[in-house]
Write a protein that binds this ligand. Structure first.
Ligand code: PAF
Length: 282
């Protein structure tokens, strides 16, 4: 496994792979890797000849400077996790490498990016699209892998790929959970033992709501989740939205789509956690 820090180095390395007709898989990350990332990387290694993993904490997608400062940076441990999986290249650029000049491009994909995370984190998806498009240009992969935990991000990246005509297959991979159900996230490492315990209520509520939903309306299910989180110690609900998985617009009835997802964001102490559950899937 080679660790490269510049786009030029990466492209030189990939040149021979490309000329040999090898399929290139790509997993973009911000590091602080866990089993959720490992599952994306394993998919890429299984489905491609060469896998590139990028590790870059992208400043343009953080609308909160404190959050950017606190984001864990663990390159050495990340490389230890990646090597045995069979990754060929880790691309770990500096901020100057990715942004030699400020990126003034604007990406706007309403209504996908105006709801949920888009409404609560202004500029977040613009920053995600800036960096992902730069990474796609640098790596030029055949396939790129994204977690369904960031459900809205996955939809927006798919839309960006469609609009910008990137010749890349975007593969969504299921949410990976701890044994007790907590969705894996790099932010989990910032939870105290008590907060970790409190955070469990999020996935438990989502799972219970799926059973509840089978005999209740969308509106009742919405209230079921809101009440459960409001009554849970140490948690503060930012939003819970039951949406059509294609348009990300809220639904009022279960039968309006064959793809219905509940997306939730909750503060556990000062750690912002997101999760989602499929009520109906194609
Ligand atoms: O999901 C993430 O970790 C980031 O948003 C991504 C896709 C690596 C872009 O910085």
């Amino acid at each position: 496994m080679k660790i490269v820090h510049t786009i030029k180095e990466l492209q030189t390395e990939l040149l021979s792979d490309r000329s040999e007709g090898k399929a290139i898989g790509f997993v973009p990350t911000m590091g602080a890797l866990h089993a959720g990332h490992a599952s994306l990387v394993k998919c890429s290694v299984n489905e491609n000849d060469v896998t590139v993993v990028s590790i870059f904490v992208n400043p343009t997608q953080f609308n909160d400077k404190e959050d950017l400062k606190k984001y864990p940076r663990t390159l050495e441990a990340d490389c230890k996790l990646l090597k045995p999986i069979g990754v060929a290249y880790v691309f770990a650029p500096s901020v100057e490498e990715m942004y030699p000049v400020p990126d003034t491009r604007e990406f706007s994909y309403p209504p996908l990016d105006t709801v949920m995370e888009g409404a609560h984190r202004p500029g977040h998806f613009n920053g995600v699209c800036q960096v992902v498009s730069k990474l796609f240009d640098a790596v030029k992969p055949h396939r790129a892998y994204f977690g369904e935990k960031d459900f809205q991000q996955l939809s927006i990246v798919r839309e960006m790929v469609r609009r910008m005509k990137f010749d890349i297959d975007i593969i969504g991979c299921p949410v990976v959970r701890e044994e007790d159900g907590l969705a894996m996230s790099s932010r989990n490492m910032r939870l105290s033992a008590q907060e970790r315990e409190n955070a469990l209520k999020i996935s438990r509520t989502l799972y219970k709501s799926r059973t509840f939903a089978s005999s209740h309306t969308v509106c009742e299910t919405q209230k079921f989740v809101e009440d459960a989180i409001a009554g849970a110690p140490g948690l503060q609900l930012e939003y819970f939205a039951i949406v059509d998985g294609n348009t990300l617009q809220t639904v009022e009835r279960w039968d309006v789509s064959d793809d219905v997802v509940g997306c939730i964001t909750v503060f556990c102490g000062d750690v912002r956690l997101i999760d989602n559950i499929k009520y109906k899937e194609r």
